[in-house]
Design a protein around this ligand. Structure first.
Ligand code: PLP
Length: 406
């Protein structure tokens, strides 16, 4: 399928290019030491990860340890309640082991670390889902694990902090700046730069220097590939629209990858938080401008000095001032439409899905659910497939304390 001059039949061969660029976005803007480390990971990715042995081992892990494939659920009661005739479906990454999509790329990255002879996994985390996933992967492969996490998120996501510790990871508190996800990424990068011979940085999303945006997308593409096949088997056709939330952009990049070459409308949803004022949201693709952060060029929210702006979202996993370079590229192409959902709409969707379907979604995923509901209200007919990126157990205390039971 051709779209705006880009041939999506050959898209994955051409993007990113060999230097890690999706059009103008991406690359590896790091110093020479780290550039060497990135080159080592890139070379290992193209040799080890493409080998039959690696692919077979990862496939077995996904089936026997992660519980893949995760199902698609028809959200029948919710669709009936909306009443327009549009049918909503959910791809259930909440049923992936550890309760979110994050384990898909963590097991891939940790398996690569094992093949490369690395002893330690270093990562950052916001909502704690990536931290739990990397701690799980480290325990599975018998590797050391340091997870960097901001003070604010440590308080907000206490159950996930406990899980990481039980799994044997070392949770390193990051106290500077806003003490949330961006600062955690800064700290994890610094630690990795000092120890890259012994360790591998397992970034939590499709961000950071090349090859991470490509590698994480490729590991996450299992979500989209499975979903496409399952949806066709279930309904005999493709969905009319698909929706996923976008923080750094990993669940969406993997989910979208299965449908980019199809006549399917694709929506990426960013957090509008408390509103459009700078500092009240984290909708970088909506309100940001081009810039370099954490070693990659993309669209980002900047303050008056051109530095990454303070951001906010009710979802700890979405409050990042940029998004992966591929999203910026797909936005410019018009292949994916990026839109926003605010905190209130998110909390409504959290309770509505819980009550109507018996599925408690993560606050991050609730952004996609809210948009799916909006689409169903607008569309006269058809189907919407939502990526339910994770489960909401980690969020329940926070929601009850701040919003009560609705
Ligand atoms: C359940 C869940 N969904 C979505 C996200 C956002 O990350 P990404 O945009 O990389 O998928 C997170 C991040 O922690 C998460 O925990």
């Amino acid at each position: 399928m051709k779209f705006n001059g880009i041939d999506f039949d050959t898209y994955f061969k051409n993007y990113p290019d060999k230097n890690g660029f999706f059009g103008p976005y991406g690359g590896a803007f790091v110093d020479e030491g780290l550039l060497k480390a990135m080159q080592e990971i890139n070379d290992a990715y193209f040799t080890i990860c493409k080998s039959r042995k690696f692919i077979d081992e990862l496939r077995r892990i996904r089936k026997e340890f992660q519980g893949r494939p995760t199902p698609i659920t028809h959200l029948e009661r919710l669709s009936n309640q909306i009443g327009t005739g549009v049918q909503l479906y959910a791809k259930r990454e909440d049923l992936n082991h550890t309760g979110a999509h994050k384990l898909n790329h963590c097991m891939g990255e940790a398996l690569l670390a094992k093949y490369m002879g690395k002893k330690k996994l270093i990562a950052e985390t916001g909502a704690g889902q990536h931290g739990v996933a990397i701690a799980t992967a480290a325990a599975y492969f018998g590797l050391e694990c340091d997870v960097y996490m901001g003070t604010v998120d440590i308080k907000k996501q206490a159950p996930n902090v406990a899980r990481m510790k039980i799994l044997g990871a070392n949770v390193v508190e990051v106290t500077h700046g806003l003490a949330t996800l961006k600062e955690a990424v800064d700290a994890a990068f610094d630690a990795y730069a000092k120890d890259y011979q012994n360790s591998i940085y397992c970034i939590g999303s499709v961000v950071g220097p090349h090859p991470f945006p490509m590698m994480v997308r490729d590991f996450q593409s299992v979500v989209g590939i499975e979903a496409r096949e399952q949806f066709k088997e279930m309904t005999g056709e493709l969905p009319d629209s698909i929706v996923a939330c976008v923080g750094g952009g990993s669940n969406s990049a993997g989910f979208f990858a299965g449908f980019l070459n199809d006549p399917v409308d694709i929506y990426g949803i960013e957090p509008l938080g408390r509103g459009t004022k700078m500092g009240d949201h984290a909708a970088s693709l909506q309100y940001g401008t081009e810039g370099v952060m954490h070693g990659f060029n993309s669209i980002m929210l900047k303050d008056e000095n051109g530095e990454p702006a303070p951001v906010y979202s009710v979802a700890s996993g979405l409050d990042y001032p940029s998004s992966g370079p591929e999203h910026a590229f797909l936005r410019d192409l018009g292949r994916v439409k990026y839109d926003v959902i605010n905190d209130e709409e998110t909390i409504d969707a959290f309770f509505r899905l819980s009550r109507m379907e018996g599925i408690i979604p993560a606050i991050e995923s609730s952004h996609a659910v809210a948009y799916g509901i909006k689409l169903a209200e607008k569309m006269g007919k058809g189907s919407v497939l939502i990526c339910l990126s994770g489960r909401g157990d980690k969020d329940m205390d926070y929601i009850i304390e701040n919003y009560g039971i609705r």
